[in-house]
Design a protein around this ligand. Structure first.
Ligand SMILES: *Cc1c(COP(=O)(O)O)cnc(C)c1O
Length: 391
């Protein structure tokens, strides 16, 4: 048995947060009611977005965003090849074609110099991802989008507490999509939020998440004729958040600053200890960026990462991960390269080396435990074991 057993992430909710879910259970209003309203208001205030629309997950947020903008069968969307699979899946769900774009290995985010060459007359949207809490380089992305008249749907699943030139991520494009999965900084179990400055996109989103209804149940119940059903101008979806989830989310928003501060301070301790290690590239936080540290993704590079040694480095990394696991420390690849997953590699006939940086990130990245409530002695133990690595 090892001294510790440290997971990659651990949910830590206060007693007050846990008991907050009893309120809707006792009131009897369970789905998209006053507590969803409350959570959305706090989200708008915190991010500086004009509108926030709570949904069932970030995946449904991305899906509804594209649907609300009018993305349809045959349209193309540009998606970084290194991201969680759902950024690409939502394009498929709407009958579109995914155009993968390689990433920058320094940031794990979309390589802004490779976007323009992916644009065709069918391209309708760019989906930049603020991976692991670091904003994508949004100014050039917004410039390209303007030049070619493309929508920008930000995948800000990991973006809570992440800022780009002073603005919260998710407020820069047409819409921003957040996740409340337990691996993210704020959790409602499953859950998501869409932010948008546009009132017309917002009302389309509200309609689409609620079976295409003109009025929500709450609006109807509080309105003059609660006994009549709403009109349905759209064939919508059911992507409503429950008030049980919203109670949890809303309570966590009361300590939003504290949660972000703690994640940053854990990351800074790792930075200090790991910055001079030749075998690890630590997360970057350049001028103008404020990292939210959804996780702490590094590039493992006992040798310089080159196309011809990616597989060798991969087996060294996996051996090291196994050793750390035996010592009670959970690590993970930062995420996966979507173009290497079976569905996409088969359907589009793509090879790993077609997107070399995403391939390298898939095979050579490693994330270390970082979560609210990680104890000092736990982090010291992780650091001690990482420093013991020998090539
Ligand atoms: C977590 C994550 C998602 C999916 O979020 P869900 O809420 O689980 O649907 C999408 N994109 C990225 C980049 C993520 O990290």
């Amino acid at each position: 048995m090892s001294k510790f057993n440290i997971p990659i992430a651990r949910t830590s909710l206060s007693d007050e947060e846990i008991s907050s879910v009893l309120e809707p259970l006792k009131s009897g209003w369970l789905v998209q009611g006053p507590l969803v309203e409350d959570f959305q208001n706090k989200w708008s205030k915190f991010t500086g977005s004009k509108n926030s629309i709570a949904v069932t997950s970030c995946t449904s947020a991305l899906h509804l965003s594209l649907a609300s903008l009018g993305f349809k069968e045959g349209d193309e969307a540009i998606v970084p090849a290194f991201t969680w699979i759902s950024t690409a899946n939502v394009v498929e769900h709407l009958g579109g074609r995914v155009e993968f774009c390689d990433i920058d290995l320094d940031t794990f985010n979309i390589d802004i110099n490779k976007i323009e060459e992916k644009i065709t007359h069918k391209t309708k949207a760019i989906l930049p991802v603020h991976l692991f809490g670091l904003s994508a380089d949004m100014d050039p992305i917004l410039e390209i989008a303007k030049k070619y008249n493309l929508w920008v749907v930000e995948d800000a699943a990991c973006g809570f507490g992440s800022f780009y030139k002073g603005k919260h991520v998710g407020t820069l494009g047409d819409t921003g999509c957040f996740s409340f999965h337990p691996r993210k900084a704020i959790t409602t179990g499953e859950g998501g939020m869409i932010t948008t400055h546009s009132d017309s996109i917002a009302s389309k989103l509200r309609c689409l998440r609620d079976h295409g209804a003109e009025l929500s149940d709450l609006q109807r119940h509080l309105g003059p004729r609660p006994y009549l059903l709403s009109n349905h101008p759209e064939a919508g979806y059911n992507q409503r958040m429950t008030d049980i989830q919203a109670a949890l989310g809303s309570m966590q928003m009361n300590r939003a600053d504290e949660i972000i501060k703690e994640r940053k301070s854990i990351a800074k301790i790792y930075d200090e200890e790991f910055k001079n290690l030749s075998f690890l590239q630590i997360p970057k936080e350049s001028e103008g960026y404020s990292h939210g540290y959804q996780s702490y993704p590094c590039l493992f590079m006992p040798d310089e990462v080159k196309e011809n040694n990616i597989d060798e480095t991969n087996s060294k990394r996996n051996k090291w991960m196994e050793k750390l696991a035996l010592e009670g420390i959970s690590t993970r690849p930062a995420t996966h390269a979507v173009h290497m997953l079976e569905y996409y590699s088969k359907k589009y006939g793509i090879k790993p080396e077609d997107f070399p940086n995403s391939h390298a990130a898939n095979n050579c990245s490693i994330s270390f435990p970082l979560f609210h409530g990680l104890k000092i002695d736990e982090q010291s133990y992780v650091i001690e074991k990482v420093l013991e690595f020998k090539n």
